[in-house]
Design a protein around this ligand. Structure first.
Ligand code: RB5
Length: 149
């Protein structure tokens, strides 16, 4: 699996730790920044990661801000992105199995590194279940087209 990872200033340290954890597990990782904990705007980094994931078919993303909320909302504005805001291994696994999420989001002020490692493991080791979930995921794409549901 190949990952693009980014954060804002609040997620900077956890972004670095998460990047190193992914590398230690043998995944290919592209760090899209930031490169310091200077204040930045999370939508800028969400957009970088979202565009990279959509352009590089089959790749995944990790996005981190203080709560995980702003950066996941921003990423989900990009068509083709399904960014799941997760809090534990259960939600990280479920967002792959049910939502076919291609970006894992979490909050550096919400979870610690132990939980992050368990979320990354769960996200990486869970396949999309397809079946009844496929039609729902297809409807997510309709949302980004602004179509009537
Ligand atoms: C930054 O202070 C904070 O607002 C941001 O990291 C994030 O939590 C927004 O949703």
């Amino acid at each position: 699996m190949k990952f693009y990872i980014a954060s804002d200033h609040a997620g900077f340290e956890m972004k670095n730790l998460s990047r190193d954890y992914l590398i230690s597990k043998g995944y290919k990782v592209v760090d899209l920044g930031p490169n310091s904990d200077d204040r930045v705007d999370y939508p800028d980094f969400a957009k970088k990661c979202a565009n990279a994931v959509v352009s590089d078919k089959g790749s995944f993303g990790v996005l981190i801000c203080g709560t995980g909320i702003g950066i996941s909302i921003s990423a989900n504005r990009v068509a083709g992105v399904r960014a799941g805001l997760c809090h534990d291994a259960f939600t990280a696994s479920a967002t792959r199995a049910h939502n076919d999420a291609n970006i894992l989001c979490y909050g550096a002020r919400v979870v610690g590194m132990g939980v992050v490692e368990s979320m990354i493991d769960a996200f990486c080791n869970t396949e999309f279940e397809s079946g009844r979930h496929s039609g729902r995921v297809a409807k997510i794409e309709d949302c980004s087209m602004g179509a009537n549901l």
